[in-house]
Write a protein that binds this ligand. Structure first.
Ligand code: HEC
Length: 111
């Protein structure tokens, strides 16, 4: 029943005027974003703000630093969660992710 209401809600939103402008439309090349939403947002936040102190934000260091950390995790060093995560991604996926992380609003301009 809950699921039905949720689906009904989505249908209503999709049918309302102007919904297309705001709806998270699946545009083709947004792979980094999609990967981020699917694999990282849960712990590091939708905008890379993190959930301190448990999960660090991904918006306070230069993206090169995060890229280097991913390589380090991938090599098996560091937090097990991230080692497993990094190993499950391809180099290409990590590149996509880093390109997306570079677009996240920096921590200093956060409201
Ligand atoms: C299940 C939770 C979880 C998920 C999902 C997750 N991470 Fe993490 N991540 C962590 C934790 C916990 C740490 C802190 C590790 C530590 O303390 O060394 C971390 C640390 C990091 C760091 C180092 C940040 C820093 O400043 O030290 C990077 C970079 C990172 N994660 C990237 C990612 C990316 C990219 C994804 C998605 C592919 C991702 N994480 C998914 C839990 C998660």
């Amino acid at each position: 029943m809950k699921r039905f209401i949720k689906v009904l809600g989505m249908v209503t939103v999709l049918m309302s005027p102007g919904a297309w402008a705001d709806a998270p439309v699946q545009t083709a090349p947004a792979t980094g974003k999609e990967l981020y939403k699917a694999h990282c947002a849960l712990c590091h936040g939708g905008k890379g703000q993190g959930v301190p102190p448990m999960f660090p934000g991904l918006n306070s260091k230069p993206v090169e630093a995060y890229a280097a950390m991913m390589q380090n995790f991938r090599a098996g060093n560091g937090h097990k969660v991230m080692v497993d995560m990094a190993k499950s991604l391809t180099e290409a996926q990590i590149s996509e992710l880093m390109a997306y992380i570079a677009t996240l609003p920096p921590a200093t301009s956060r409201k």
